[in-house]
Design a protein around this ligand. Structure first.
Ligand SMILES: [Zn+2]
Length: 276
């Protein structure tokens, strides 16, 4: 395909094939949210979050379309005043003629989606969704088995090396020397699945954004001999990982496009302190 002939709408059609919209949760806001469908596309940037930094980067690089994992306009917006964040972002994007497409829970659900990408990199075998979609084999989260049992510490270290470095690092609840084999994981924020039978039957559950009480409940249950160890990784970092696979897939389908993954860390935490 000649990139000069590729329109935003034609690019959207390709993205809709990659991440069918019917796989998105009812509450989600996915698809093209900004831009002129007839505009041409030559340069694409993949990001987890649309922030001041990633928009500035896209403007500086002359990007035509940003593909984001998190929706730009997730909740209803009543104002686009430019001294507020959403107004600032939308105005900057419109002025620069940058279209925005978001693939969120539909990108979580598909094969080679956010969770399956991380699971594959960890070597999980026989992966199935924790919560299958009603209409297909896809679904939220993945559960699978490591080729051979490893120490919990080593699995957390392997995960930490896969994903971008963030201030919070990788937190673990469990005995570092415990051998683990059955792994459940849900990229992003996965505490809603903590009670799922597939998670409870696993040796370890990898997710992000775990709060005190849900994590504490799992820790306490584990002490009674029931429930998994926990690995809590940065929400951003866990979802950034799959973008390189997306770039690879899109580049194969659309070789004339200039597609890159932003390496700006959009995790909101800048540093942690461990006072001595
Ligand atoms: Zn997320």
């Amino acid at each position: 395909m000649n990139n000069c002939e590729l329109s935003v709408q034609e690019f959207v059609d390709v993205l809709d094939t990659l991440w069918p919209r019917e796989l998105a949760e009812d509450w989600d806001a996915v698809g093209l949210v900004l831009g002129r469908p007839s505009a041409s596309v030559e340069k694409v940037m993949l990001v987890v979050d649309i922030t001041l930094d990633t928009v500035n980067e896209a403007v500086a690089e002359g990007v035509d379309v940003i593909v984001s994992h998190h929706p730009l306009l997730f909740r209803p917006v009543n104002s686009l005043v430019e001294d507020e964040v959403k107004g600032h972002l939308v105005a900057a994007l419109v002025r620069a003629g940058i279209a925005v497409f978001s693939a969120h829970t539909n990108a979580d659900a598909v094969d080679r989606g956010t969770s399956e990408s991380v699971g594959g990199a960890l070597g999980l075998q026989g992966m199935t969704p924790i919560t299958p979609s009603v209409t297909s084999d896809a679904g939220i989260g993945r559960v699978g088995t490591l080729p051979s049992p490893v120490r919990l510490y080593d699995l957390a270290t392997q995960l930490g090396r896969l994903v971008p470095q963030t201030a919070g690092g990788v937190k673990v609840s469990g005995d570092p020397d415990q051998m683990v084999s059955r792994v459940a994981l849900c990229t992003g924020a996965g505490d809603s699945l903590l009670d799922h039978p597939e998670v409870l039957a696993s040796d370890v559950y990898i997710t992000g954004d775990l709060r005190h009480h849900p994590a504490s409940d799992v820790q306490q249950a584990r002490q009674l001999g029931r429930g998994p160890c926990l690995i809590d990784v940065s929400h951003f970092a866990s979802e950034w990982f799959f973008l390189d696979g997306v770039r690879h897939t899109l580049q194969q389908d659309l070789p004339d496009l200039d597609i890159r993954v932003s390496d700006i860390v959009t995790d909101p935490w800048d540093f942690v302190v461990h006072p001595g």
